[in-house]
Design a protein around this ligand. Structure first.
Ligand SMILES: [Mn+2]
Length: 295
């Protein structure tokens, strides 16, 4: 199996602009070459993202345009599955997951497990959000917890809280903590990961077992002192080594069906040093995935 690279140049779901340049910047700096070298094939796709000013209409910022981007990504991820390709998605802000989670749920059903490697749990609903930023609600959307049905794409299946593992979460709103507790979401702290990254990765892998696995890597999981080129840098995170250990473990699992990397913000990285480190990490992901995807 080969990879399908998909870029989502979105920023309307997060407060700070810049994530819309991540895919183009990574491609210019060698992402496609690294992918090609590791076995990716074909042309990269770019999701259709409306270009409009960011503005709040009611509770949320730009719900119509964000959902249009998500539906575009849903079609591309679904298309990749139909062609037997592994979807490898570069954001863009994390709201894109509404589209990719919908595609994965429709294909794999409620057994789908989600690894959310992120400083945030992104599990606010349209009722609990304070900021109105849609990158804070994708998990709640996939679980069917949002009260506005237009914020959800796949209505056949809901993601189960007990199948969600948030790794590195440390900026969690009180309503999100309540949702996580009630729904049985697994929260693994940065401290737990730093103290024994291999052990934590193994434990989570055992809990997932052979169920289909969705992996999302939000760059803000990295500690703010290692990586500031993201919309919302948060202190007390994990390092590059721990990130690599987690991704090697999880991307090496045969049941992994999807990967994304989101929230990289190139304008906050003028000397491209963060970009180069991120490319190295993604190269590890490529080589780990290509090691187990069937030819
Ligand atoms: Mn996120």
């Amino acid at each position: 199996m080969k990879l399908q690279l998909i870029g989502v140049p979105s920023m309307l779901g997060c407060p700070n602009p810049g994530t819309e340049y991540a895919f183009a910047t990574l491609m210019t700096e060698g992402l496609a070459e690294k992918a090609y070298f590791q076995g990716v094939t074909g042309q990269a796709l770019t999701a259709d993202v409306p270009r409009v000013p960011r503005q709040r209409t009611g509770v949320l910022y730009n719900p119509e345009e964000v959902m249009a981007s998500c539906r575009s990504l849903d079609r591309m991820v679904t298309g990749a599955f139909e062609e037997g390709l592994f979807p490898f998605v570069i954001g863009g802000d994390h709201s894109l997951a509404i589209g990719s989670l919908a595609a994965c749920l429709r294909r794999y059903g409620p057994e789908l497990c989600v690894l959310w490697i992120d400083a945030h749990t992104d599990i606010n609903t349209d009722k609990t959000t304070v900021t109105g930023n849609i990158h804070g609600i994708p998990l709640a959307s996939a679980m069917g917890l949002c009260s506005d049905p237009s914020l959800r794409i796949c209505h056949e299946y809901a993601l189960k809280g007990e199948n969600i593992f948030v790794l590195g979460g440390r900026s969690i709103d009180p309503p999100e903590q309540e949702i996580c507790r009630k729904e049985g979401v697994h929260l693994i702290s940065p401290q737990q990961i730093r103290s024994d990254p291999e052990g934590i990765a193994r434990q989570v892998a055992e809990q997932v077992g052979d169920r289909p696995l969705y992996i999302s890597f939000d760059t803000d999981v990295l500690d703010a002192k290692h990586f500031t080129a993201t919309g919302l840098p948060v202190p007390d995170g994990i390092g590059w080594d721990e990130s690599r250990i987690l991704l090697e473990q999880f991307c090496g699992m045969k049941n992994t069906v999807y990967f994304d990397c989101v929230e990289f913000c190139p304008p906050a990285d003028p000397d491209k040093s963060a970009c180069r480190k991120l490319l190295q990490l993604l190269d590890t992901v490529f080589s780990t995935l290509s090691g187990h995807l069937e030819p």
